[in-house]
Write a protein of this length. Structure first.
Length: 439
């Protein structure tokens, strides 16, 4: 296990000395938001499942703990993960694990489909606004499940799930993934309409298909699943690269006025970001599996609006807002996906950012922003990443508390930044900054 993924990181902070442009190469890890549903989907197989390009992250270890608690066997060999789901003997996921991470609720679909029973507590995770599981539960009932909710636990039962036509009122990634896994073993044909089409959903479709599932896309947001009970793996499956990690390092390079070659990524998965950066005056070059960010002295102000894929990702909104503090003018960033994704804003203001929040939008005044090092705190995963970029852009030292959020989603974060020339290291959150007037 690498240092960045060590549990119990609550007293750790990231010490950053900024003011230096990044430069160098960085290799992107496997996608966390793909690894988690794929690990859950492995429960459907009647064989061992081998996943490669697995990111070694706290969330990945946690979902493996959930599977282990259910009776599965999980074994890591570097970035290869072998899962034996044939030993699963329980269908009640433990509250003490599920409460820590929202993605844990993705065990519901596989348990219900394969065993006819799932007892799963409501999940926890980053505090970025309500993300109810109503769509999951309503869709399960359309497949014939009976759902009961008592004392914070969902009790789902089905003698046999039956194929049905399901329309999602909200284009939910989690609901789409949960229903894909359930429908893969349901009797008959299931049609999912208005489903999410994020690359992580496509990766799950490809993975289930590799196990023998009969799934096809019939339109931009329409998936048809012909259920089967015979799912088994014949060869290892490689998880796609993490598009949000790739976008974060690209934005870190732009924010510092630096350059970076980002390898093992899929630029087509972050087209909205690439096109927005080009619009801002950053002449990014891309290939099938790489992205080059050239050093750009000045960037233009712009308007950004988050949208479900293929729109601009909400998971890159905090990082983009930070970068826009060096743009030459007024920018507007509008958040349409998660209503509470602005916890980082007061921290950025503390560092000297000229920001004005207006309901679900932020006005960024690049001309009035001058970032200086300060003690700040990240309250969620992407907010912490944004504050790290701000600290790299700022003059002086910054200490970013909330490191426990960071280790959930970025593998080898300090090592990769150091490889780009950044001066970053772990410290205790009680560390006193040098030459700093912030209290």
């Amino acid at each position: 296990m690498n240092n960045d993924s060590t549990p119990n990181s609550d007293n750790r902070a990231l010490l950053v000395t900024g003011g230096k442009p990044l430069a160098g190469d960085v290799c992107i890890s496997g996608a966390k938001n793909s690894a988690l549903p794929l690990i859950c989907a492995s429960m459907l197989a009647d064989s061992e499942v081998v996943l490669t390009n697995v990111p070694l992250l706290q969330d990945v270890y946690l979902i493996c703990e959930v599977l282990t608690a259910l009776g599965a066997k999980c074994e890591f060999d570097g970035h290869k993960l072998t899962i034996n789901p044939t030993t699963i003997s329980r269908q009640d996921a433990p509250y003490e694990l599920v409460r820590k991470m929202r993605a844990s609720f993705l065990v519901t679909g596989p348990l219900l489909a394969k065993f006819g029973r799932a007892d799963v507590p409501l999940p926890g995770g980053c505090n970025i606004g309500p993300r109810p599981v109503d769509e999951h539960l309503r869709a399960f009932t359309e497949l014939g499940a009976e759902i009961e909710f008592k004392k914070g636990v969902v009790y789902a039962r089905a003698e046999a799930l039956k194929g049905a036509e399901v329309y999602f009122n909200i284009s939910s990634v989690g609901a789409t993934e949960n229903l894909l896994m359930a429908a893969a073993m349901a009797e008959g044909t299931t049609t999912l309409d208005h489903c999410a089409e994020e690359p992580e959903v496509s990766d799950l479709v490809n993975f289930l298909t590799s196990l023998g599932a009969n799934i096809r896309w019939e339109g931009p947001r329409r998936i048809v699943v012909q259920g089967t009970r015979d799912l088994r793996q014949t060869e290892p499956y490689a998880i796609i690269p993490d598009r949000i990690e790739a976008g974060t390092y690209a934005l870190a390079a732009v924010g510092t006025g630096g350059s970076a070659r980002i390898a093992n990524c899929r630029p087509k998965h972050i087209t909205a970001l690439v096109e927005k950066l080009r619009e801002m005056g950053v002449p990014i070059d891309t290939g099938d599996d790489w992205l080059d960010v050239p050093a750009t002295e000045k960037i233009d102000a712009t308007k950004v609006r988050t949208q479900p894929y293929p729109g601009f990702p909400t998971d890159l909104q905090p990082q983009m807002t930070t970068v826009l503090t060096r743009a030459g003018g007024l920018s507007v960033v509008t958040e349409t996906v998660f209503e509470q994704r602005f916890s980082y804003v007061p921290e950025l203001v503390r560092m000297g950012a000229g920001l004005l929040q207006q309901e679900n939008a932020i006005v960024v005044d690049g001309l009035k922003s001058k970032l200086t090092g300060a003690p700040v705190e990240g309250y969620d995963l992407r907010g912490f990443a944004a504050l790290t970029i701000a600290a790299l852009m700022a003059q002086g030292e910054s200490l970013i508390a909330g490191y426990n959020h960071l280790v959930r989603g970025y593998e080898d974060f300090t090592e990769k930044l150091t490889g780009l020339g950044a001066k970053v290291k772990l410290a205790d959150r009680s560390y006193k900054l040098k030459n700093n007037n912030h209290k």
